[in-house]
Design a protein around this ligand. Structure first.
Ligand code: ADP
Ligand code: MG
Length: 353
């Protein structure tokens, strides 16, 4: 009889396994960095990627920045400045991040450089170089206020995962989708995306959703968008049938402006980009079969009381379920249909209720 085969994994191995859970591909790393920039109150976020993000991802922001001590803490595991206890989770988290694991795990499967300087003259700049989960160097540096994070050679030390990466075009399409979603959700932040030296889009940060759509999707789509603005329950003179949503606002396209893929449906619950079959069905129902198997352009913000949606979904899963999916579907359908009806773009259905 041999002794037990069960062994404790060393810290490095544990971190690399965990990394696979949070970071599946370059786009997931981009998502974490952009969320951090938004959480840091940035008004400008510049995303640069090379080779679809597999060679390099750089996210530069003008957010509140970090002190040297904060930079050092940021790459440790389960360190976050955003929540203190599980009670904070229950009361509804307002920041996008809260797990305190992204930088640590990304840093364990890449070469990570952090440059940061506190905003408003709050101190000197710091540069930290982190490789395969170890601090290689940390020290003062000259840099603008805000934070720039570079991730080079993602998965260089996990060849199995690197092998799973798709073509540059596919990886970049995922990156583009992520950055687009956040750019549209935050029209008051100037967001730019550059791939292999070519600027793909740049929003102005003027605060206007219509203008953000113009920057991201171009004129043909922007001019085809109509306003959705439904608030409150019908029982109290509002626009929405009963359900958990307090408002549905944003833009949806004329039925003639459509695409074969649902990727242009950008939907958010309390500012968080999510997908949901209830929301999708509500939108498609509003178009009343006019689109066949095609999809409209949609940028819609759904608001629900913090405790009505669980934000503690797995970082890789964006698909959410509501306690009452049916009610959400009816509410979204009513909101979008109301907008289309106002423009005479659908036939009025039988009176509801
Ligand atoms: P989380 O976002 O869940 O807190 P992260 O690992 O993504 O965890 O980041 C750890 C911490 O590093 C954050 O809580 C924040 O304090 C700091 N941080 C990360 N990115 C930035 C940034 N761009 N600007 C300012 N602080 C940042
Ligand atoms: Mg984060």
């Amino acid at each position: 009889m041999t002794e037990t085969e069960i062994q404790e994994l060393d810290e490095d191995t544990v971190a690399r396994i965990a990394a696979g859970e949070v970071v599946e591909r370059p786009a997931s790393a981009v998502k974490e960095l952009v969320e951090n920039s938004l959480d840091a109150d940035a008004t400008r976020i510049d995303v640069t990627v090379e080779a679809g993000g597999t060679d390099l991802i750089r996210v530069a922001d003008d957010g509140h920045g970090m002190s040297e001590a904060d930079v050092r803490a940021a790459v440790r595991q389960h360190t976050t400045s955003k929540i203190e206890s599980v009670e904070d989770l229950d009361s509804g988290v307002s920041t996008l991040g809260f797990r305190g694991e992204a930088l640590h795990t990304i840093g364990s499967v890449s070469r990570l450089t952090v440059q940061s300087r506190p905003r408003n003259g709050g101190g000197a700049g710091t540069e930290l170089v982190y490789e395969g989960g170890e601090i290689v160097s940390i020290g003062p540096t000259g840099c603008p206020e805000g934070t720039t994070i570079e991730i080079a050679d993602l998965f260089y030390n996990t060849p199995a995962r690197r092998k799973f990466l798709k073509t540059t075009a596919t990886e970049f399409a995922h990156v583009n989708r992520v950055v687009t979603r956040y750019a549209l959700a935050n029209p008051s932040v100037a967001v730019s995306l550059t791939h292999d030296g070519r600027e793909v889009f740049a929003t102005t940060g003027q605060g206007d959703l219509q203008a953000a759509v113009l920057s991201v999707y171009g004129r043909e789509v922007a001019t085809a968008m109509i306003d959705v603005d439904a608030e409150g329950e019908q029982t109290n003179d509002g626009d929405l049938p009963p359900g958990p949503l307090e408002s549905v606002t944003g833009l949806v396209s004329h039925p003639e402006t459509n695409r074969s893929s649902p990727e242009y449906l950008s939907t958010y619950v309390n500012g968080r980009a999510i997908t949901s079959s209830a929301i999708r069905e509500g939108i498609m129902g509003a178009y009343d079969g006019q689109l066949g198997d095609r999809y409209p352009f949609v940028v819609c913000f759904l608001d629900a009381p913090g405790d009505a949606v669980d934000v503690n979904v797995h970082p890789r899963k964006r698909e959410v379920r509501f306690d009452d999916d049916d009610a959400v579907r009816r509410q979204v359908e009513a909101a979008v249909e109301g907008a289309l009806l106002e423009h005479g773009l659908v036939r009025s259905s039988a009176p509801r209720g």
